[in-house]
Design a protein around this ligand. Structure first.
Ligand code: COA
Length: 176
């Protein structure tokens, strides 16, 4: 996305609901982490069609959120909620996923996204628990989640396998 003149020089992250038109920028950020890191356990890049279907099902027609943070008029990060587990008794729990563009980390983008999303979830009586599932090692994400009120509830050992190695996953939980 090309910077809009109004925000071109403003380094403050501006958080808003994503629109269909943001999906290519969101996908570009996520694809980096799929292809180059074990931070997400996805191994296949989502097609534009898959992003659109997911957005329609979860956000437009569903009760989930996709927020983007713009810095200087360009999307620098996003956070989404999705069902924690498919069975109905889990309906009041959501899983959060947050990704900041690799050249924009450590500048408050993730924090701005989480403050907005967590305030929204706290105001929603239909959501009771938020979960972040952190593939290890990811010191940055663990520190970030603790800083935003999440507590480590358990670690699964070698539950994932990507790029030829087994990976542990830490379950972080926050009341909302
Ligand atoms: C984790 C992530 C979302 C944090 O967003 P961010 O914009 O980089 O973080 P912020 O600038 O808002 O920092 C907030 C706090 O997080 C912590 N933090 C963030 N990155 C860190 C790092 N690399 N190492 C240690 N602490 C870190 C710090 O405690 C920071 O607090 P401070 O303001 O006192 O320094 C972002 O770094 C990211 O997208 N990382 C790669 C993808 C990822 O790990 N996503 C999470 C998957 S579970």
């Amino acid at each position: 996305m090309s910077p809009s003149p109004a925000h071109a020089a403003d380094p403050t992250p501006h958080v808003r609901d994503a629109e269909m038109a943001d999906l290519p920028a969101v996908a570009a950020i996520y694809t980096h982490y799929v292809l180059r890191t074990t931070i997400t356990f996805n191994t296949d890049v989502r097609t534009p069609r898959e992003w659109q279907d997911r957005f329609r099902d979860h956000v437009v027609a569903g009760r989930h959120h996709l927020l983007v943070a713009e810095v200087a008029g360009a999307v620098a990060g996003f956070v989404e909620t999705q069902p924690f587990r498919p069975k109905p008794a889990y309906d009041r729990s959501v899983e959060l996923s947050v990704y900041v563009a690799p050249d924009a980390t450590g500048a408050g983008v993730g924090g701005a996204l989480y403050r907005t999303l967590l305030a929204r979830l706290e105001a929603d009586a239909a959501v009771h628990r938020a979960y972040a599932i952190v593939a290890l090692p990811n010191q940055g994400s663990e520190t970030f989640h603790r800083r935003h009120g999440f507590a480590l509830r358990g670690t699964l050992t070698e539950a994932g396998h990507k790029f030829g190695r087994y990976l542990d996953v830490a379950y972080y939980e926050r009341p909302v």
